[in-house]
Design a protein around this ligand. Sequence first.
Ligand SMILES: Nc1nc2c(ncn2[C@@H]2O[C@H](COP(=O)(O)O[C@H]3[C@@H](O)[C@H](n4cnc5c(=O)[nH]c(N)nc54)O[C@@H]3COP(=O)(O)O)[C@@H](O)[C@H]2O)c(=O)[nH]1
Length: 532
Amino acid sequence: MVKRRTKIMVMACVGAWLAFSLPVGASIYLAWVQGHKEANGLLALATRGVLNRSAVLRFQANAAIDQLVAEDYEVPCSEADLERMRAVAAVSSYLQGVGRIRVNLLECSTLGGSEAIDIGAPDRNYPLPGMPRFWDAIKLPQNPAPMFSVFSRAGYAVIYLPELVSDVAAFPGMAVGQFSVSDQKIIQSMGEVDEDWIQQFKGVETFFEDDQGRWVSIKPSDLGTTAAFAAMPREQVRSYVDGAAARMIPVGVIIGALLALVVLLRARYQLSFKARLREALRRKEFHMVYQPVMDLRTNRCVGAEALIRWSPPDEPPVSPAVFIPEAESHGLIKQVTAQVMEMVARDSVALLTAYPDTHIAINFSAEDLHSPQMEGQLATLLQHAGAQSRNILIEATERGLMQPDKAKGRLVSVRAQGFKVAIDDFGTGSSSLSYLATYDLDLLKIDKMFVDSFEQNSSTSKVALHIIEIARTLGLEMIAEGVETERQRDTLRAAGVQYAQGWLFARPMSMGDLMGFMRASNDVASVAPEII
Ligand SMILES: Nc1nc2c(ncn2[C@@H]2O[C@H](COP(=O)(O)O[C@H]3[C@@H](O)[C@H](n4cnc5c(=O)[nH]c(N)nc54)O[C@@H]3COP(=O)(O)O)[C@@H](O)[C@H]2O)c(=O)[nH]1
């Protein structure tokens, strides 16, 4: 008992803890994933923005240069040439200026006029002729404040502000930029950038956390020559995770609490009597004992009452006075009776072979008597036990007889097949007499309460004598139960009661012991036992 209870309770506690913590843990994890997903979405938007702007800039730069090359002017850097370049720059939203370049010399430009400026060696220089060259940060004397970037091809240079490409940060603290894949150099950026991020780039869109806890995304351009990056401060990512957690953790807690409740309710059910009974039926934890029934006239054993016993493993036995009413109230009595009939059939083969005229009394509850399966089960019992119907005595409790519309037809039918029917515990209910009028019965079992009264000479003993009188008048045979003393036995015998069972004669015993008891009882008596 303790072992099973402890096992169930330990498993319930562990199960409830798991049932609660798994969904809560899952919700925390999902909140982390969701928060980072939201962060990723924003970072991807930023890197896409950088790459889009970069593409537009490249397109405008090439279009401007193509146009200037196509209508190449004879007098480079003349006022008319500059005017022509100003017109081209004016229609290109991303270009700050346009100029002419020879090697590293910006010969003239729409920003610096006809003044030539040495802008030094390019930051990226493709060795093939006609390929573009790039300067990342150029200071023009005429415009000292901003740092310009320069892109040149075919003798022309376009001048632009690099931050126009990177100016896509969705909120303060976000760092955005672009680097050249070939030389792993940052081309333009805004915010606090870490060059180590570039090392994490593996050629495809990547998300990672840097050593300062910032969440970083890098995305390559379509051509793969540059890649855009965007980074979000730890606090910002945290706010997305917290937002998702605020939505998801309560759901996780509710699901966890419900699951834990289910586990605990299941454990409570397992600890309940109903579950224990179900389990006992499944594991066939029952066995039968048999209490001899004596013929008071001959002192011979004429049969036995089959009484069920339940000995759960690791637990003390449970009395049928406890579990039979529970089985009745939980709708399990039919299963109990089915097992009783199986066990009686198995146990009785040897007894009925040796003593074919003995009887076995089986207790039937109300549900059994109302069940359409009862007659089929009795037939199977006879078949398996090698018995005749007269070998079986059906003991019906008063409760079982309370609904004549359900029980009467069945009892008429089984009596017609030769089974004997007794009313059990007669006189303990409120309608005993009316049952005698309603049902055709073979025997009446005098309850122990009346048998006990013969010891005290109380008014109950007078009632007992009346019951005996009624039974005799109706032609019913009688079995007195719970006979413990010789005085009780003698009074019953003198009153004409034919049969008795009780501790005076024998306690309930195994079928093996019953066989021995029967043999001894027959040896003492001179004649073979008669069926009731
Ligand atoms: N539906 C079923 N009910 C059953 C079955 N087996 C038993 N029962 C019912 O459970 C109640 C308790 O039964 P149990 O503890 O087996 O007690 C029986 C006898 O052991 C007891 N008895 C017999 N002689 C004496 C005695 O001299 N003194 C004494 N104090 N007790 C004695 O009486 C019980 C027999 O009762 P009854 O059936 O009314 O003849 C009990 O209500 C059983 O009916 C079962 O298989 N199915």
